[in-house]
Design a protein around this ligand. Sequence first.
Ligand code: TRP
Length: 430
Amino acid sequence: MSSKRFLTGITTSGTPHLGNYVGSIRPSVRHSLSANVESFYFLADYHALIKIDEPARIQRSTLEIAASWLAAGLDPERVIFYRQSDVPEIPELTWFLTCVTGKGILNRAHAYKASVDKNTNAGADPDSDVTAGLFMYPVLMGADILMFNAHKVPVGRDQIQHIEMARDMAHSFNHRYGEHFVPPEAEIEEDVATLPGLDGRKMSKSYDNTIPLFAPREQLKKLIASIVTDSRLPGEAKSTEGSALFQIYQAFATPEETAALRQAYADGIAWGDAKHLVFERIDREIAPMREAYLALLNDPAKIEAILLAGAAKARQIATPFMGRLRQAVGLRDLRAQVGSKVVKTKVAKPVFKQYRERDGKFYFKLLDVEGRLLLQSLGFDSPKEAGQSIGLLQTQGAQALAGLAEKLVPIAQSDTSAINAALQLMAHVD
Ligand code: TRP
């Protein structure tokens, strides 16, 4: 299997809640643990500016969300974990995409349309209190995704439209400037893509109906006790249909546990008892992470260092890629004249070197622009075999690494992005 690139971000506009955990944090941490995926996780702090104008809250939220991800098991050595605003290529790409995105498409974006509809219904100017930031939200999100050519974006159902827009942007750009972007796909966790909140609507900061992921045990208990139910009495059969409590339970329980609660509903369990059960089940999963979370919150320097290291890894990919995109759209060094035979700038690029050793075998290595060794093969019996492996790397990029593992000197996971960046650079610079 070839490796897939997963990417997901969380807007740093609040305290992470159970809905974020179930819909985004938990599935993405799971993905990051599977073999053959290269994953990107980021704190969408530029997106937060669209919604929040309280600087302290943005900073706090960034800390809390980073700590939540780490506490939930994200391994920053294994994945690329960064803060959006540490990667200046992202806003630059946003502009490139802005210029290939139809305004009409953005007019149809759900979040923008909802604001316009609300204003219209209230008899106000349609764009009253709507910032251009809100309007542009999908383009910034498209840049997040396309910057790293992510194949799959695990998101809640409400974000599918944004992924479709990112696909559109990829196509429009590719159509004008050549194949630079992979159109991404949304990946939805079927049962639990969106979690209901305390009032039964989607759990969301904007509805103020959330359960903070790491609320202290007592608070968690109180909040779960406040989930809306109907007024059926103990002994009366209850319906699981439309029961927020049931859906929340389901997101944490095994199928057997869920079946047991379904039966208990039919048998007329008292709401108080059902809530207690749900509370204990959730706390069982959350409690160990809660401790790790609190320790991390007390060590912001550690999180800051992790994020900066992650941004450096992200930029190993983003910087050269952005360089190629600038080239593609025509933001170029003036000495490289269009159509001229005279000026042909020599751009340093990574190289493959093939050679024969004294053992009679054929080897290759990959060197980066500065001549540093990125990849070293083991011995092949023929130059043709060595060449074929190089060919795979050239066509498939770092995705080919897993398949070639037996032919290569083992590499650290953290080096794959550098290798990928080099391969991408070779594919596009000439
Ligand atoms: N819009 C997402 C949310 O609010 C956050 C986000 C920003 C995102 N950029 C992204 C998610 C890119 C996935 C991919 O939840």
